[in-house]
Design a protein around this ligand. Structure first.
Ligand SMILES: *[C@@H]1O[C@H](CO)[C@@H](O)[C@H](O)[C@H]1NC(C)=O
Ligand SMILES: *[C@@H]1O[C@H](CO)[C@@H](O)[C@H](O)[C@H]1NC(C)=O
Ligand SMILES: *[C@@H]1O[C@H](CO)[C@@H](O)[C@H](O)[C@H]1NC(C)=O
Length: 634
């Protein structure tokens, strides 16, 4: 034992001895008092007397603190017999007040400092009546500043083998020591070997307060890319524990792709030859992985891609097949890849049989075919002159006629890929000897002398037939109309009736000829009469004609008279009658109607064309034109 220790031991013994002998004075107090730094602390000791009646004659009150290093007592306050001394030269000089009230002595410390966090001694001494002291503790609290968290800025890889630093947290100037707790998504994180490490270090600031720095190491997983990390300080305050949380931070997680997708970005819908095709590859890794494209059959041939898009210009059917994309990073497992099948639809040019053009003889049959190779079901439709003439690959042409001839176009479409279509064509030529339109071989006519007659011949056939006119005798005739196409020739000749006429039109081509004869009987104008039925005698007819003429003369003079007087305006009907008669006289086309009744040549229906009236005035008249002779009947 050193002398110092001996002395301490001795004084302790004496104090205990004194207590045991004079225990009349009793002092009580709280174990500790709590105060915020800078506030005023109030410490109270109560005293009482047990074995004596009334107050002792002498009472002395003292407050002590212990010197930090040596532990020796330093008095800071003394009061007895109206003498009050605040000891000079101590830490508390000028900072304390002591008040008395009803066996209660209260020490107030103004503007509490950290150094006031210590033991105080309050002593009540009644000399012979005994003495007693208590040692309450003053606890000083300083809440730390709000914690500040700093997340790691660089990406953290899930492939790291040890927990990686995720964030640091700092909190400054707290007292007493305070704790830091880490949170992930508001759930506390506790140290766990291999998964969570928390490294916390405390520093004592110059003023004696604590600052804390804590580092969280954490084994990240992919799901942490959305996790929030925060830290929280918990610290004591008078009578409680309070917490303050930092803001939260997210972290960047680096993880290899676990899923890769490959899909067609362009074009939308089905792919056909010639399209630009873009295949995009995407995976879920972070940072975004880059990919290698290849065909499944040739996994080692890298296709040229850009920005994770494989672009195929103007695809052909050879580009169809399976495509694969996989991360360029070779550490990624082989099965992490995207796959897709590309189907390229196509339609080849149509092949038409027979090719280009084909000659058919009249009456023949022919089957044409049209085929186009396609990846999908095709549909074929045949057209001629803009009209649909058939469906399907085969077109059956039966019993060829002139109408059969022409251009046949087959249009091939792919119903499932509307953009695909093609077409082909074949030109059908029908060869046949010429044939005159109309069935009569001979045409008999009667016509007044001096009149002009048009004779018409229209022949069909291929190659285009030629028409030659042969006139008996020395008739003067000339062609007034002529037209020739691939399959027909039409000729109209004009002849003046000077005598009976016999004419022939002969049409021919390589394959034959056809002939029609015309015979025109010339009739003198005056004796012109319609052959009425034999039952009516010619005398009767004569009388009727005379009467008609007489009536006409009377009517004529009457009309003339009235017109002169201006009673009747020149009516439209009268004029028309005259012109109709005139044109009917001048323009007669003798033409055989195709469906004319060929049984009786006498009743052949003739067509009178009036070109001055657009030639459409199809006024059918009989060859003998009876009503023309009897206009008085109108
Ligand atoms: C700090 O942590 C310790 C140990 O878990 C605990 O005893 C103490 O009460 C905590 N302090 C605060 C202020 O939470
Ligand atoms: C019609 O013309 C053809 C060819 O020129 C000829 O062979 C034929 O004899 C002619 N027919 C008549 C009736 O003149
Ligand atoms: C004959 O035909 C020509 C041309 O079509 C026409 O100008 C003429 O008037 C016609 N003649 C008769 C008598 O029909």
């Amino acid at each position: 034992m050193t002398i110092q220790q001996q002395r301490t031991f001795l004084s302790l013994f004496l104090v205990l001895h004194v207590w045991s002998v004079w225990s009349d004075v009793e002092v009580t107090t709280q174990d500790h008092f709590e105060v915020y730094l800078g506030d005023s602390a109030e410490m109270v000791c109560h005293y009482n007397f047990t074995e004596i009646d009334g107050e002792p004659e002498f009472l002395m009150f003292q407050w002590f603190v212990k010197e930090k290093n040596s532990g020796s007592r330093i008095r800071i306050y003394y009061a007895a017999d109206n003498i009050v001394i605040v000891d000079p030269g101590t830490e508390y000089t000028g900072r304390i007040q002591v008040t008395f009230d009803q066996h209660k002595i209260q020490l107030t410390i103004l503007e509490v400092e950290l150094s006031d966090n210590r033991e105080f001694i309050c002593q009540v001494n009644g000399l012979s009546d005994g003495t007693m002291e208590r040692r309450p503790h003053l606890r000083v609290f300083a809440p730390p500043e709000a914690p500040v968290i700093t997340g790691v800025q660089t990406g953290i890889s899930v492939t790291n083998e040890m927990p990686s630093k995720v964030a640091t947290c700092e909190a400054h100037n707290g007292f007493p020591k305070f704790n830091i707790t880490w949170y992930r998504n508001n759930m506390p994180l506790v140290s766990l070997a291999g998964l969570v490490n928390v490294w916390t270090s405390y520093m004592v600031e110059s003023r004696g307060m604590y600052s804390v720095q804590s580092t969280l190491e954490y084994q990240v997983v992919k799901e942490d890319k959305n996790a929030n990390f925060s830290c929280e300080v918990s610290f004591f305050v008078p009578g409680a524990i309070r917490t303050v949380e930092s803001s939260s931070v997210g972290i960047t997680i680096h993880y290899p792709p676990t899923m890769v997708e490959l899909w067609r970005e362009l074009p939308q819908g089905l792919v056909k030859e010639g399209d630009i095709v873009a295949l995009r590859c995407q995976g879920d890794g972070n940072p975004m992985p880059t990919f290698i494209f290849s065909r499944k059959e040739e996994p080692n041939v890298e296709l040229d891609s850009r920005g994770n898009v494989l672009t195929l210009q103007a695809v052909s059917r050879r580009d169809g097949g399976d495509y694969v994309c996989r991360p360029r990073d070779t550490t990624v497992p082989k099965e992490v890849k995207g796959e897709m099948q590309l189907t390229v639809h196509y339609l080849d040019p149509a092949v038409v049989v027979p090719k280009e053009s084909e000659v058919m003889l009249k009456g023949e049959d022919l089957t044409a075919s049209c085929n186009a190779l396609s990846s999908e079901q095709t549909s074929v439709v045949w057209y001629k002159d803009g009209k649909m003439v058939g469906r399907g690959n085969m077109l059956h042409l039966q019993n060829a006629t002139y109408e059969t001839a022409g251009e046949y176009i087959c249009k091939v479409t792919v119903p499932s890929v509307p953009a695909l279509h093609t077409s082909g064509s074949v030109h059908i030529v029908v060869h046949s000897g010429p044939q005159l339109v109309g069935k009569t071989q001979e045409v008999h006519l009667e016509e007044a002398l001096g009149r002009m007659v048009n004779l018409s011949c229209e022949a069909r056939g291929h190659p285009a037939p030629s028409i030659t006119w042969i006139f008996g005798g020395s008739q003067s005739w000339y062609e007034v109309f002529s037209k020739s196409t691939d399959h027909m020739t039409h000729s109209v000749v004009s002849v003046t009736v000077k005598s009976d006429i016999f004419a022939m039109c002969n049409t021919s081509n390589d394959l034959g000829n056809d002939v029609r004869a015309f015979s025109i009987k010339a009739i003198p104008l005056v004796t012109t009469s319609a052959p009425f039925s034999p039952a009516e005698g010619s005398g009767v007819i004569f009388v009727v004609i005379i009467l008609c003429l007489l009536l006409l003369a009377i009517l004529g003079s009457l009309l003339y008279f009235l017109l002169k007087k201006g009673k009747i305006p020149c009516g439209r009907s009268g004029k028309q009658d005259i012109s109709t008669e005139k044109t009917a006289k001048d323009d007669i086309v003798v033409e055989m109607k195709e469906n004319a009744n060929a049984k009786s040549e006498d009743t052949v229906l003739l067509k009178a064309i009036n070109p001055e009236k657009n030639g459409t005035n199809d006024q059918n008249v009989y060859a003998r034109r009876p009503h023309q002779q009897c206009t008085c009947a109108a």
